[in-house]
Ligand binder design. Structure first.
Ligand SMILES: Cc1ncc(COP(=O)(O)O)c(C=O)c1O
Length: 417
């Protein structure tokens, strides 16, 4: 199989050169070129529609990152955008006081998400995870936190500790997904002082294979939280409105005390949620000040209400599961056929192709070559983050993608004999 020709990303590179003089590092966080494959991926996008992206050089891609998660329907989803434009034009969205939409959204969440009795609304996932910890600490009058997964960029949980006094994170302990024994040991040592266990209910640790819950894992964590009077928080920023309308907690049948939601709830508009049991949520009113000028802005509430309406009306998640199941099966057939160390993990709405680590480190080269071939062919996956499927991926788009995966694996097979 021949190597696919490199993309022309001249304008992206020029913009990045300029950005380096204007923005520290050029671009922020996970959008950095080093989080993809340097010199192969575009750095600046021009537009998107449905499941397709166009970069500033005019290259087109079928996208499987979905804006890092928020795009559950598709880019520029007319019905959602129109509802927002209408709100902005007819009523406005940034006011001195709150508009009614927070009540509507809170009521809706109560009907959908098992743990939801009361909600507060914020802007980013990091806002919500941090608020949930503060609520748990205020409710329990305890300090320590057990955490599992990525929970954003705030002081208590960010991986890069630069600029943060150690006292901000010294009461936070990390445990691995599906390692109940490790959490049991941590709780045996610190459980009586532990305010919260915060975890992703489905395992998607950064840069690593995805993990479904081992039998008894979620139930075991629930039991530990109850045993020690600790608030169990599910970080469903990625899984909410993607795994099921009631989030992963509904799908797996274990109910936490609090949940944080964000990303897919509003198809890209900025809103996040802490929702949960009334008794615990009330700490937010009685003991805490949680506020931002922009938290009550209604455009994202309107987008969330419209997105949820469409998800329910068009059975979007059922559609994504069905397409994704077939897609994953067919990817697995290709992986078995070429046998080059590729591995497929995850669940149909969110899945990941990784390469098994080997002693020689060849897997790193295979990973680089595989994702390089895909991006050059016009398929936007990345080596360091799992993929998502949106409603607007058609069976035809998935067929095209399978063909590209087939060719890319054939290329690896030929290169690494
Ligand atoms: C599981 C999880 N929690 C929290 C966050 C933080 O959300 P945000 O980037 O909106 O601050 C993310 C972001 O990727 C996430 O995936």
């Amino acid at each position: 199989m021949k190597e696919t020709e490199k993309l022309n990303i001249t304008k992206s590179l020029q913009l990045f050169e300029e950005a380096l003089t204007l923005v520290p590092g050029g671009v922020l966080g996970a959008r950095k070129p080093t989080d993809f494959i340097v010199g192969e991926y575009p750095i600046f996008l021009e537009s998107g529609k449905g499941c397709r992206l166009t970069d500033v050089d005019g290259n087109e891609f079928i996208d499987f990152l979905c804006g890092y998660g928020p795009i559950i329907l598709g880019y520029r989803e007319t019905e959602v955008d129109d509802a927002v434009y209408q709100q902005i034009k007819d009523k406005g969205f940034c006011f001195t006081l709150t508009q009614k939409y927070q009540n509507l959204l809170s009521k809706k969440l109560k009907t959908l998400v098992p743990c939801s009795e009361m909600s507060i609304f914020l802007k980013t996932g990091s806002d919500a995870t941090t608020a949930s910890i503060r609520i748990a600490r205020a409710h329990t009058n305890k300090l320590k936190v057990m955490r599992c997964g990525y929970h954003g960029w705030h002081d208590w949980c960010v991986e890069m500790k630069g600029g943060i006094p150690s006292k901000f994170f010294e009461d936070v302990f990390e445990f691995q997904y599906n390692n109940l024994k490790q959490l049991e040991d941590l709780m045996a040592a610190h459980g009586n002082e532990t305010a919260a266990i915060i975890m992703t209910p489905f395992g998607h640790p950064n840069h690593q294979k995805m993990q479904i819950p081992a039998p008894g894992f979620l139930e075991g964590v629930r039991k530990l939280a109850d045993q020690y009077g600790t608030v169990l928080i599910y970080d469903e920023i990625r899984t909410g409105f993607r795994v099921s309308m009631g989030a992963a907690q509904k799908y797996y049948g274990v109910t936490p005390d609090l949940t944080v939601l964000g990303k897919a709830i509003a198809n890209g508009y900025p809103i996040s949620v802490v929702t949960g049991k009334k008794e615990i949520m009330m700490a937010a009113a009685q003991k805490l000040f949680i506020s931002s000028t922009f938290f009550p802005n209604s455009e994202a509430f309107v987008a969330a209400l419209k997105t949820i309406e469409i998800l329910e009306r068009d059975k979007v998640l059922e559609n994504i599961w069905e397409k994704g199941e077939g897609f994953m099966k067919r990817i697995q057939v290709l992986i078995d056929k070429y046998d080059v160390g590729a591995e497929l993990t995850g669940i149909p709405p969110m899945f990941y192709i990784t390469f098994k680590a080997d002693d020689t480190g060849a897997y790193k080269g295979k990973r680089k070559d595989f994702y390089t071939q895909l991006i050059r062919k016009g398929f936007f996956f990345t080596p360091f983050h799992h993929a998502y499927i949106s409603y607007r991926h058609t069976e035809k788009d998935l067929d095209l993608t399978l063909n590209a995966i087939d060719e890319s694996l054939a290329f690896i097979k030929g290169k690494y004999k």
